[in-house]
Design a protein around this ligand. Structure first.
Ligand SMILES: [Mg+2]
Length: 115
C-alpha cells in the first residue's frame, strides 16, 4: 500500500519575502539578511505544503543562503521555473480574482510593501 502523503506545492519568492530586500541597493552577488519571523513562517508553511524557493537569482547562491540560514531542510528545491503549484507567495504579484477592471486598478496602484 502506498502511504506516501502528497503535499501541495507552494513556491515562495526569496527577495522581499524571506530577506530584507529593498533596504540596500540590489547586488546580484549578495543576498540580504533573513527577515525577522521568516524562520517561524517557513516552519509553519512547511507543515501545509511542499516548499520550493522560487527566485530569479543564481540558484547556487540562493541554495547557499538557505543553508547558511538553516532553512534548507524545509525546501524541496530551489527553482527559477514556475512549476505547477497550489500557491505562489511573492511580494511583486497581484492575485487575479476574475475581474479585469479590478486587476487594472490594482496594477495602477501597486506598490511594494517596503516603499
Ligand atoms: Mg520578491
Amino acid at each position: 500500500m502506498n502511504t506516501k502523503i502528497f503535499k501541495k506545492k507552494i513556491l515562495i519568492d526569496l527577495d522581499g519575502v524571506l530577506n530584507e530586500y529593498g533596504k540596500e541597493p540590489f547586488d546580484e552577488n549578495f543576498i540580504p539578511k533573513i527577515k525577522d519571523g521568516a524562520v517561524d513562517f517557513i516552519k509553519e508553511v512547511s507543515q501545509i505544503g511542499e516548499l520550493y524557493l522560487f527566485t530569479t537569482r543564481n540558484l547556487l547562491l540562493s541554495s547557499k543562503w538557505l543553508l547558511e540560514n538553516n532553512l534548507d531542510k524545509y525546501f524541496k528545491d530551489v527553482t527559477n521555473v514556475k512549476i505547477p503549484s497550489f500557491l505562489y507567495i511573492d511580494d511583486r504579484c497581484i492575485c487575479f480574482r476574475g475581474k479585469y477592471d479590478q486587476t487594472l486598478e490594482e496594477i495602477k496602484n501597486f506598490k511594494v510593501y517596503w516603499t
